[in-house]
Ligand binder design. Structure first.
Ligand code: APR
Length: 398
């Protein structure tokens, strides 16, 4: 049997937080036990990647997202670790297995996979419970090293490069734990379904798994980026009667209509707090509210916008600053609930294949989130588009 060798390939490196990424040659080690090495076909980036990249605080990065996908160096870190971002889908990736490590029985060379920022070991208390997708073994990885030996599989010019959110897809090849990869049908187009490894799944799952929206409900969504519009799509498919979208960017409304948003509110056009407007047009408050911006002040606003008795607020955003949430205790005494969610409550291995099937059966829209496609070398343009609010998702083709 051929033993896999080190692969030298191209990767986009962020030598400094907030600065353009630079294409570099990177060495990718063979997969260790229970790991797989994959050829990245396409990837994407999401707001969490931007938040992490701008903020220089790697621990905020979570996510998600299998989406961040670049190699990232943070000068501010004492040990100058380099990170491959890429989660979003944490983030978004479509990949093909190149080689497998010892003990991997689930994948063979050539399998199509989605890689995800939060894994599923299938044996821990959370994986065994129907109530949680917070795998205790392969959950949100924030230290930039592989689970098995706390080591890294990347190096640039002899320096170790650390992983980002278990995915690190801004590289032609990457190594992930086999528990952070989901086998998908080779018939499913990777350049589309890669979005299901992060924000689109997170939004749909928040609507279906976390909130469990019922028919005829009134819903308000704060932030009409991909995450918020995926919530809108989920609400529409559940038969919500009114879907109110709140965004300060007026250009978001046209696109929002095709995902089911029925009423658009721009807080900058009102002289009163937006929660008052929402309460008025929803007959006393919505059944559900969703924070999809990453602004904890908006979590408070979202709580105030939903109705007493059963109003439920779901937070999906990842804040860049001010992580504390403020609320008057009376909101909870009067029956409101605040819930958080990571990756929409989906267990990646158990649940993502069914979402891919829904896409293949045209039961969910995914293509409509892709507003731009760019080659790998133009990844910096994708960062600019996202920061300027000009794109939903930009798929990067390797
Ligand atoms: N009020 C209303 N809307 C706002 C505000 C505000 N104060 N600030 C920003 N927005 C809008 C933006 O105009 C944008 O349309 O929120 C939307 C956010 O969308 P994206 O930046 O495209 O982010 P997205 O990828 O959808 O992620 C949303 O979820 O996963 C997390 O880290 C991610 O916190 C982020 C959130």
């Amino acid at each position: 049997i051929d033993q896999p060798n080190v692969i030298t390939c191209k990767a986009m490196v962020a030598w400094e937080a907030g600065k353009d990424l630079v294409m570099e040659e990177v060495e990718v080690s063979p997969p260790q036990p229970l790991e797989i090495r994959v050829k990245v076909i396409c990837t994407s980036l999401c707001r969490t990647d931007i938040t992490a990249w701008e903020s220089q605080v790697p621990f905020l990065l979570l996510s998600f997202h299998g989406m961040l996908y670049q190699i990232w160096a943070l000068k501010s870190l004492v040990d100058c670790r380099l990170y491959f971002l890429g989660y979003s889908a944490m983030k978004h990736q479509g990949q093909i297995v190149e080689s497998v490590g010892e003990g991997v029985t689930e994948f063979v060379k050539g399998d199509h996979v989605l890689t995800v920022f939060t894994g599923e070991c299938k044996t821990c208390k959370h994986c065994e419970s129907k109530k949680s997708n917070m795998c205790q073994v392969l959950g949100l990885e924030r230290r930039g090293v592989m689970h098995s030996d706390q080591g890294t599989r990347f190096s640039v010019k002899g320096k170790p490069v650390y992983h980002y959110c278990a995915v690190s897809s801004f590289s032609e090849y990457t190594v992930v734990h086999s528990g952070c990869a989901v086998k998908v049908s080779p018939q499913a187009p990777l350049e589309k379904i890669c979005l299901l490894s992060c924000g689109v799944a997170a939004g749909l799952g928040a609507a279906w798994n976390v909130a469990d929206i019922s028919k005829g409900s009134i819903v308000v969504i704060f932030g009409l980026g991909t995450v918020g519009l995926a919530v809108a799509q989920g609400a529409k498919l559940r038969g919500a009667s009114q879907i109110i979208g709140v965004d300060i960017n007026p250009e978001k409304y046209e696109k929002a209509k095709c995902f089911g948003v029925t009423d658009f509110l721009n807080p900058n056009e009102y002289n009163e707090p937006i929660q008052q407007v929402i309460k008025r047009i929803s007959g006393g408050g919505t059944d559900y509210s969703f924070e999809c911006i990453g602004n904890t002040g908006m979590v408070t606003t979202a709580l105030q916008s939903c109705c007493d008795g059963w109003g439920l607020t779901v937070m999906l955003g990842v804040p860049k600053t001010n992580p504390e949430i403020a609320s008057h205790y009376s909101a909870f005494l009067s029956g409101k609930t605040l819930k958080g969610s990571l990756f929409g409550g989906w267990k990646p291995k158990s649940d993502l294949p069914s979402l891919v099937n829904k896409y293949m059966n045209r039961e969910i829209q995914v293509d409509e989130f892709i507003t731009h496609n760019l080659p790998f070398e133009d990844i910096n343009k994708a960062f600019t588009l996202m920061r300027e609010g000009k794109c939903l998702r930009c798929v990067i083709h390797m």
